[in-house]
Structures are given as C-alpha cells and as structure tokens.
Design a protein around this ligand. Structure first.
Ligand SMILES: Cc1cc2nc3c(=O)[nH]c(=O)nc-3n(C[C@H](O)[C@H](O)[C@H](O)COP(=O)(O)OP(=O)(O)OC[C@H]3O[C@@H](n4cnc5c(N)ncnc54)[C@H](O)[C@@H]3O)c2cc1C
Length: 364
C-alpha cells in the first residue's frame, strides 16, 4: 500500500494487492480458510475497535456477484476525475469511478441563477503559469479578466440585507493609529487591516513565533500596535474578529492560533490569482469530455473497503446501497476531512498507523 500527497488538502491512496499463485490454485477452499482466520482475527480486534459491518461469512456470498475491475476510483471531484482521465489516456481502460452523490465536481460547484454566477466551492486559480490549472484554462481560452484590487467594493451587510457601517469598520478614514504619519491618515481601518494581514508576507516577521505560538498570535500582538486605542474599543475588537474570520476562512481552520507560524511562513505565492471566465465548472466539463459515461457510477457511496493483503485476491469495495466490487487497485480521493471522520469504519484492516497518525493530527 502506498500513499502519495497531491497537494496539501488531497490525499491519494493506492491500495495494491498482488495475486499470489499458490492461493489461486487452492481457490475457494483457501478462501474459506482465510475467512475463518479473519473471523478469529476480527473477534480479537472487535474487543478494542469495530472493524466494519460486513461479517466474514458474507465474503463468500458477495464475492461471486462482485463486479471485477482493474482500478476503482472512489470520489468524483477533480482528483478522482483526473485520475480516471490519466489512467485512460495511459492505456488502462478497465477503470471505474464511484461517486457518492448524484453530482460530479465535489468541492467545485458553479451555480448560475438569474444571470449571476456564484462559485459554491473553488473560485480562484492561484498564481499564473506555474499552476497546471492555469495552463488548462489558458489553453481553453477560458481565463477571466482580472479585476484590480482597487475596483473591489467592500460592503458591510446586515443579516437583513441592509448595507450599514455605522461603526465605521470599513469606511472610517483617519483612524487612531499610534503611528500618525500622513500616509496612515488616508487609510481606512479596513485598508490598515489588510496592510497588517500583508505584513506576514515579509521575510522574517513570523520567525519569533516558530514553535512557540500560532500564526494568529502575530496579529493579536500587532493589532494594538497598529490601531492604538481603537484596538480596545468594541469596533476595534470587531475588526480584529473580522481579521480572524478572514484568516481562518483563507486557511480552512477554526482557530488561527492552531496554524503553524513556520508553515505559514513557508507558503510560496505563485503570483496573481485568476478566475475562470465561465466558472470553475469549465474544468470539470473539460475533464469529463475525455471520460466515457460508462466509466462513472453516481449515487454510489463507498461504505467498506477490505484490503487484507493475505486474504482476498483483490480489494473488496462495498457501497452502502449494496453493490460490491473486486478491484486490483483502489484510488481513494475523498477529502481528508471525510477520511478523518470515517476511516475507522471504512477500512478493514485499519489503515497503517502512519496514515492514521497523519489523519488524526489536530493542527495544521
Ligand atoms: C468553499 C471552498 C472554496 C475553495 N476555493 C478554492 C480556490 O479558490 N482555489 C483552489 O484552488 N481551491 C479552492 N478550494 C479547494 C478545492 O475546491 C479542492 O481542493 C478540490 O476541489 C478538491 O478536489 P478533490 O477531488 O480532491 O476532493 P472533493 O472535491 O472533495 O471530491 C471528493 C468527492 O468524493 C465524494 N465522496 C465522499 N465520500 C465518498 C464515498 N464514501 N464514496 C464515494 N464518493 C465519496 C464526494 O462526494 C466528492 O465528490 C476551495 C474549497 C472550498 C470548499
């Protein structure tokens, strides 16, 4: 079994089980024997941790009706679809993708309503030509026109949809900075806050926080220095809270103090971000153009994966709607968050310890 990281928030598992000649000769008898051994092993393991719902006896019932396939890909987001496309274009034709929902794209979803396009998931192509997604968008002449920062209009909107900024969080100009240089006086609180956010890109400022405090602590410490007395006002606290929400949103965290300052400093920017002219879904459509529909099954949530290298002549994958597949290789492309929550119930035997440790780590 091997694992490969595609990027920071995607993980590719390749479960690989070689067929061993001796076992094939013994055939079904061997299989029954393995089942008994597994059953004993399972009883032992069940004492400490549940290993799955499928009882060992059921293997024999399930296996003959299992669909055999060389590579089974679990998950129909960009990772799963790209895996199928790559396999097909490299000559592996016996491949099948199982997607839990009735929609492909996963965390890429472009919604169009009343002529307005909204990205419910990914929106930005981060950086330029060094990003492979940029290259695809460019080759499809599908890159949107970039809007300069100053053309963005920031509004504070209440839950009722009213545009209000009575506390001058965004519009206030000439804040109570401890630094009273004329440049600062021309900046709104919002501009100042963005400038503070940008400070961490300067080399070295986060170094004192390595291994001692989280990334967010830098902002907590600097905020009173930048905003002076205003930092202690209700509005100032609200502004710091807004910054915390923005950083957490950007980093995908619940608490900015959990973000490693060292890793935040290691982040390399690939330059200006770009958007898709007609939505991120263009990427999904582009990949799907190269995959025959027979290679994809929707509404197929995988619930159990049996990959015991000593028992089965393949990886047995079961869906919660009762279908089963015997694959030589399984590529698991669900999100890390999904794996964190469900790996204990899905994989039997459990994933190797190193994987579990990586999944169960609590900070970024
Ligand atoms: C709100 C938001 C904004 C983002 N903004 C950006 C951005 O601007 N730029 C950027 O580059 N990235 C962005 N991302 C990240 C980007 O969307 C993801 O990195 C990428 O889409 C992940 O693709 P994936 O195929 O690895 O996973 P996913 O898209 O999560 O696909 C996994 C698929 O597996 C399926 N699945 C789950 N469990 C099972 C199961 N048991 N059986 C079968 N199928 C299953 C899911 O339904 C899903 O379709 C954003 C993400 C979000 C949520």
């Amino acid at each position: 079994m091997s694992a490969m990281h595609i990027n920071s928030n995607r993980m590719l598992f390749v479960l690989n089980l070689p067929i061993i000649g001796l076992y094939i000769q013994i055939g079904r008898e061997y299989f029954k024997w393995v089942v008994i051994v597994r059953e004993i092993g399972n009883w032992k393991r069940e004492a400490s941790k549940p290993i799955g719902k499928l009882k060992a006896n059921n293997y024999i019932k399930i296996l003959p009706s299992s669909q055999r396939v060389t590579v089974l890909v679990v998950g129909g987001g960009v990772s799963g679809l790209s895996t199928v496309e790559t396999l097909l274009s490299n000559g592996t034709d016996d491949v099948l993708l199982l997607e839990a929902t009735c929609r492909l794209g996963g965390r890429v979803q472009t919604i169009r309503r009343d002529g307005v396009l909204v990205e419910a998931g990914a929106e930005w192509i981060h950086g330029g030509p060094r990003n492979p997604v940029y290259k695809i968008a460019d080759s499809l002449v599908a890159l949107g026109e970039n809007v300069p920062d100053e053309q963005y209009e920031w509004l504070l909107v209440t839950e009722n949809g009213e545009v209000r900024d009575e506390h001058n969080l965004i519009s206030y100009v000439g804040q109570n900075s401890s630094d009273d240089s004329s440049d600062d006086e021309e900046m709104s609180n919002w501009d100042l806050m963005q400038e503070l956010w940008g400070e961490t890109e300067a080399n070295g400022v986060l170094a004192p926080y390595y291994d001692t405090a989280g990334y967010g602590q830098y902002f907590v410490d600097r905020f009173p220095e930048v905003f002076g007395d205003f930092a202690n006002s209700t509005e100032g606290k609200a502004l710091l809270h807004a910054l915390e929400q923005i950083v957490n949103g950007e980093e995908g965290t619940n608490d900015w103090l959990d973000i490693s300052a060292r890793d935040a400093d290691a982040y390399v920017s690939y330059g200006e971000d770009h958007q898709w002219k007609d939505g991120y879904e263009t990427l999904i459509t582009h990949i799907l153009d190269k995959i025959p529909s027979s290679k994809i099954q929707l509404a197929s949530p995988v619930s159990e994966v049996y990959w015991d290298q000593n028992s089965l002549d393949g990886v047995l994958v079961v869906t919660s709607n009762g279908r089963s597949f015997l694959a030589q290789h399984v590529v698991f492309t669900t999100s890390v968050a999904y794996l964190k929550k469900h790996h204990q119930n899905i994989f039997s035997p459990p994933l190797p310890n190193a994987y579990i440790k990586a999944l169960e780590v609590n900070c970024i």
